[in-house]
Each structure stands twice: as structure tokens, then as C-alpha cells.
Design a protein around this ligand. Structure first.
Ligand SMILES: Cc1ncc(C[n+]2csc(CCOP(=O)(O)OP(=O)(O)O)c2C)c(N)n1
Ligand SMILES: CC(=O)[C@@H](O)[C@H](O)COP(=O)(O)O
Ligand SMILES: [Mg+2]
Length: 607
């Protein structure tokens, strides 16, 4: 039986010899390469923390000592050492192991949010709670990457932790990278510490103790440093120098991102097991923004440490000085863009939908209040699936529709993405936003006609149902139309393209129909369905509106298709609900049934 097979929990580690721990590290590395090559996932980050995680679990006694993993994508080794080896068969699959820490999975996991730069704040809170309760027999350890240390929130926490008389250990997992090399002066300072060692660290200058740099792959050296930090009983940083992707040729040689997030691959060759079908929304954006930058030298792109994932590699290669990587600093990215706009630049800020939540105040106050012409491009909008509840981009239209002056577009296909991006960058009277989902872009969905700026995708039969289709769910909306037509129900399917502010033409169309159904890959709460219903009502139109979107709850990880199906965003579910709603309207008395359905839906949302 291998050493890894014997590890049913961290206590087993504490009985192992140094040689056994070294052997265990080799077994874990081989396991990760074999398993994560099969499932896909964050192989690079986890290969970089094998020895560090072993050292942490031999020096600290989880769960009494709390280990917090910033962002959490590097917690696979932690999961292996806390009895979850079998779960890796279904890593990031529906019903399988989450790709991030998950309190629902284990008492050893406290935080699952995958949004970076939060661990030191959680740790400060836990340390204060221990102090209030007089608990002096335990430690709090925050493991945070050099990339996550470019997030402002991490420095807010350092400011509050410094000088405190509470024990708190911060392990800086410094591999010089987010995806790409970590940008900025803080990363430069870490480089000085790595090379000069004795340099006075920024941490000591603000009142924390500093231990390091330590070889992040030398278990004994790490254990010695962690024991010193544990016994200091004050805020202390242990600076571990690690290599992202260590021990696997296809991640070590990957200059782009050291295998940060790999797709299922052949571990022998490093080649993906399946070639992606067709082009992606991301690729279409990347090509188009580069073309626009050719024509518009005032256009500058901004990324928050995700240059390649958001599709800006091509523009960076063509115009290196006009693509800015601010690190994991979305708030700075947005307000810096406002400043650039004041200086005559048209910034295009490319962020994943879920991460724009970080910068709501900056979008609202620094950009929109000042009517700055900044274009936001939100990739991974809608259900993303595999990365779990904190990565779905299902809140952007709810959160950002409240922003005055902001115009929001949701392209349904590649052609509309190109058109809407051009329109957004051409708009100089305030901010614009274009949002699209992860993955393949699918075929074009042409309009049959245009009615007061709204694309009419399908018009057939009597004026029974108006389906307002938002973005990429056009395929589902047209499928619903086909299903309803088979029942003799007349359907008009429209796509407003610009969803905020609501096109008044929609109220005119609603007036002519018996029912309106909105379909969106966003939360129902505050989504396009809600604002469309409000606009219809405000226009004095009494046509009822039913909105189909993501329920108001966190969605467990799973494939995008499965999660959308769980949300009821399928042709079958929507067409059944629409025909029932029509029947209720026709029958009058069945309102009770529909009210019952709504009641069921709303309780489902609260669960
Ligand atoms: C607020 C936020 N923005 C962007 C991301 C996307 N992201 C996930 S991991 C990562 C890089 C993290 O770098 P680092 O903290 O150094 O960890 P490493 O992967 O190097 O171990 C980024 C940018 C995120 N998780 N959270
Ligand atoms: C951990 C993190 O936030 C990212 O690495 C995320 O996993 C990216 O997901 P995509 O695969 O959609 O780019
Ligand atoms: Mg890093």
C-alpha cells in the first residue's frame, strides 16, 4: 500500500519520517499529474504547493488550527491529506469533489469563495474571535499567493493585522505568477526578498514579523520556519518560494501560465484530449478588439491578471503598450480606466463577470456618475459550471442594471458580439458593457426583421406569446417557440441586443401579445426579466410577464448544461411553463395554479 493510500487524515502525517514525507510528496505529485490530466483543473498551482501543504499539515493540527487557502484553487493537496483522495475521480464534476475548499465536504475547509485576496481578512477575524473567547491553544494560518497579494483587500488586512498582539501566520506562497508573471512593485519587492533575503521586508516595516525566504519545496526547512512562526504568537509572514507547475514537464515548460488551469490532456504529450469545437466568444472578442485597436489608437485594454483567459494576448502582441495588466486589482482597474478616460483614452476593461462584483462602487461612482466612456467586457457571464458557485457570472445584469448612464449589451452570437463591441467602443456619452458566456460561440442567429431597434428572430402564428431572448439563450428561446407552435400557440421571439436601458419598443410589442416571457442566463432577481416587466407596467401595458432565469441561490459545481437544466432554463421546462401560464390566462380560474407554481419557484429560490 502506498503512503498516500495510508493517509486518511493529517494525523497520519505526523507519524512519518522525513524520508517518508519526501516519498509521499512524490506520490502526490504523480497522483495529481495522472488524475488532473484526466479531469482537467488547476494542475500548475497544486504541483507548486505539494511540499508546502505537507509541511503545514505536519506543523499545524487542522481543524483545531485553521488553514485558510486564498482563492482556494491550490487546495487539491490539502484535500488529498484530509481524506478525500477517492473524490478526485469526479473533480469539479456535478456531485463530485469541488475544485475549491468546501465546508460541505470537510471540517478542514472553512472558506469556499475562489475570489482572491480574502484569506488574511478571514484570518484576522478568526484570530480576533479566538482572542475574545480566550482561546490561546490554536493557530490561524492564511496561505496566500503572490498574485493574490496584488489585491488591495489583502493590504487592508495587513494594515489591520500589523502590530496586533494576536497570533496569526501568513504564508506567502510566492511563485512569481498569477497566470503570467505577477506585475507591479510589490512583486518586484518580493523578487528582492527572494534574491537578497536580508532585505528589510515591507511586512516588517508595517509591524509584522517576517521569516524567509524559505525554499518552498524543502519540507524540513518549511517545517522549521512554520514552527518558528507558530511559536511567535504574533502576526508573522513566512515567505515560501515555490515553483508553479513543478515536477511535470508540460506545466514547467508552459511559459504562458505554468498550467494554471489545464483541460483534460494526455500526460505523456501534454496535448488536450479533445479539441475545442469551433471558436469561443473569448476568441471572437480578442480578434475584434485587436482590429478596433488597429483603427482607434485611443483604445487601451485593461486586464486584472487574466490577460490570456480574457482573450487579450493577440492585442498585447500587436500593441504591447496598449494592454495593461494591473494584477488581481479589479477596483483599481476600473477607477484607473475612469482616469484614462478623463485623459482622452477609451479604455476597454476585460474582466470575468463574477469578478466585476468586486468593483461595483468604482463602476457606479468613478465611471458612471462621471459619464466616463469606459467599455466593460464581461467574459464568463452566465452559468460557468465547473468552477462552482462563486464563479458563475449570474449577477452582473442584476447588479449593474441599477447603474445610471451604463448601457448593457448581451450578444447572442459572434456577429452580434462584433457589432455590439463596435457600438460600445463608439459610444462616447458614458460607460458601456458587453457580456457573454464561457465556451464555444455556436452558429449565427440572424434576425428576420428589426422593430424599433429590437431584432425579431421569429414571428409565427397569432400574437400569443412574446419571448424576449437575452444573449446566448437565443437557441433556447427559438426552441421554445418551435415547441409552442406545435401546440398551435403563436410566438414572436425578439432580442433587444442592448438590454439596459430597456428598449421602449418592448412595451409596444407586449401590448400586442397575451403573454411576455423573458429568457436570460442571469439571476431572475433584478435581471432583464424584472426590468422588462417594470417597463411594461410603467407603459401602462397589462400583458403579464413571466421571467425565466437563474434562481436566487448559489449553484453547486457541474457542467454548464446540467446547471442550466437544474435552473429550468431548458426548452422543455420553459415551454411547459409558458403554455401553463397561457392556460391560466385563458381559464382565468387557474391563476391559483400559476400562483402555486410561482410560490413553489420563489421558495425554491430561497433554499
Ligand atoms: C478577485 C479575483 N480576480 C481574479 C481571479 C482569477 N484568478 C484565479 S487564480 C488567479 C491567480 C492567483 O495567483 P496567486 O495568488 O499567485 O496563486 P497561484 O495560482 O500562483 O498559486 C487569478 C487571477 C480570482 N480568483 N479572483
Ligand atoms: C481560480 C480562478 O479563478 C480561475 O483560474 C478560474 O478557474 C478560471 O476559470 P476558466 O477556466 O473559466 O478560465
Ligand atoms: Mg502565484
Amino acid at each position: 500500500m502506498s503512503l498516500l493510500d495510508q493517509v486518511d487524515g493529517p494525523a497520519r502525517l505526523r507519524g512519518m519520517t522525513a524520508d517518508q514525507l519526501t516519498e509521499l510528496a512524490a506520490e502526490i505529485r504523480a497522483f495529481l499529474i495522472e488524475r488532473v490530466s484526466a479531469t482537467g483543473g488547476h494542475l500548475g498551482p497544486n504541483l507548486g504547493v505539494v511540499e508546502l501543504t505537507i509541511a503545514l499539515h505536519t506543523v499545524f493540527e487542522s481543524p483545531r488550527d485553521r488553514l485558510l487557502w486564498d482563492t482556494g484553487h491550490q487546495s487539491y493537496v490539502h484535500k488529498l491529506l484530509t481524506g478525500r483522495r477517492a473524490g478526485f475521480e469526479r473533480l469539479r464534476k456535478g456531485g463530485g469533489l469541488s475544485g475549491y475548499p468546501s465546508p460541505a465536504e470537510s471540517e478542514h475547509d472553512l472558506v469556499e469563495n475562489s475570489h482572491a485576496s480574502t484569506a488574511v481578512s478571514y484570518a484576522d477575524g478568526l484570530a480576533r474571535a479566538d482572542a475574545y473567547a480566550g482561546r490561546t491553544d490554536r493557530s490561524v494560518v492564511a496561505v496566500i499567493g503572490d498574485g493574490a497579494m496584488t489585491g488591495g483587500m489583502a493590504w487592508e488586512a495587513v494594515n489591520n493585522v500589523s502590530g496586533a498582539d494576536r497570533p496569526l501566520v501568513i504564508v506567502l506562497n510566492d511563485n512569481e505568477r498569477s497566470y503570467a508573471l505577477t506585475p507591479g512593485g510589490v512583486a518586484g519587492h518580493f523578487g528582492d526578498l527572494r534574491s537578497r533575503g536580508s532585505a528589510h521586508s515591507v511586512f516588517e516595516q508595517v509591524g509584522l514579523a517576517y521569516i524567509g525566504p524559505v525554499d518552498g519545496h524543502d519540507i524540513a526547512a518549511l517545517q522549521e520556519a512554520l514552527r518558528r512562526a507558530r511559536d511567535l504568537r504574533m502576526p508573522v509572514v513566512v515567505h515560501a518560494v515555490t515553483e508553479k507547475g513543478r515536477g511535470f514537464v508540460h506545466t514547467e515548460d508552459n511559459e504562458l501560465d505554468r498550467g494554471h488551469a489545464v483541460k483534460p490532456m494526455d500526460p505523456a504529450t501534454g496535448r488536450p484530449l479533445s479539441s475545442s469545437s469551433g471558436t469561443s466568444f473569448t476568441a471572437v472578442f480578442g480578434e475584434r478588439i485587436t482590429e478596433i485597436a488597429e483603427r482607434r489608437e485611443d483604445v487601451v485594454a485593461v486586464t486584472a491578471a487574466m490577460l490570456e483567459p480574457v482573450g487579450l494576448l493577440g492585442m498585447q502582441k500587436r500593441f504591447p503598450e496598449r494592454v495593461i495588466d494591473v494584477g488581481i486589482a479589479e477596483q483599481h482597474a476600473v477607477t484607473m480606466a475612469a482616469g484614462m478616460s478623463m485623459g482622452g483614452v477609451h479604455p476597454v476593461v476585460a474582466i470575468y463577470s463574477t469578478f466585476v462584483n468586486r468593483a461595483l462602487d468604482q463602476v457606479l461612482m468613478d465611471v458612471a456618475l462621471h459619464r466616463r466612456a469606459v467599455t466593460f467586457v464581461l467574459d464568463r457571464s452566465g452559468v460557468t459550471g465547473d468552477d462552482g458557485p462563486s464563479h458563475n457570472g449570474v449577477w452582473d445584469m442584476s447588479v449593474l442594471q441599477v447603474v445610471p448612464n451604463l448601457r448593457i449589451a448581451a450578444p447572442r452570437d459572434a456577429t452580434r458580439l462584433g457589432e455590439l463591441l463596435e457600438e460600445a467602443v463608439a459610444w462616447e456619452d458614458g460607460p458601456t458593457l458587453v457580456r457573454f458566456p464561457k465556451g464555444a460561440v455556436g452558429g449565427d442567429v440572424p434576425a428576420e426583421a428589426v422593430f424599433s431597434g429590437v431584432d425579431v428572430l421569429r414571428r409565427s402564428g397569432p400574437l400569443d406569446v412574446l419571448i424576449v431572448s437575452v444573449g446566448v439563450l437565443a437557441g433556447v428561446a427559438l426552441g421554445v417557440a418551435d415547441a409552442l407552435r406545435e401546440q398551435g400557440i403563436g410566438v414572436t421571439v425578439v432580442d433587444p441586443r442592448w438590454v439596459a436601458p430597456v428598449n421602449p419598443g418592448l412595451a409596444d410589442m407586449a401590448r400586442r401579445h397575451r403573454l411576455v416571457a423573458t429568457v436570460e442566463d442571469n439571476s431572475r432577481t433584478g435581471g432583464v426579466g424584472a426590468t422588462t416587466a417594470q417597463a411594461v407596467q410603467d407603459a401602462g401595458v397589462t400583458t403579464p410577464v413571466r421571467s425565466f432565469g437563474v434562481p436566487r441561490r448559489f449553484l453547486d459545481h457541474g457542467s454548464r448544461a446540467d446547471v442550466l437544466s437544474l435552473c429550468g432554463l431548458t426548452v422543455q421546462d420553459i415551454s411547459l411553463s409558458v403554455s401553463e401560464a397561457l392556460a391560466a390566462i385563458d381559464g382565468g380560474s387557474e391563476d391559483g395554479e400559476w400562483d402555486g407554481e410561482l410560490a413553489r419557484m420563489s421558495t425554491a429560490e430561497e433554499k
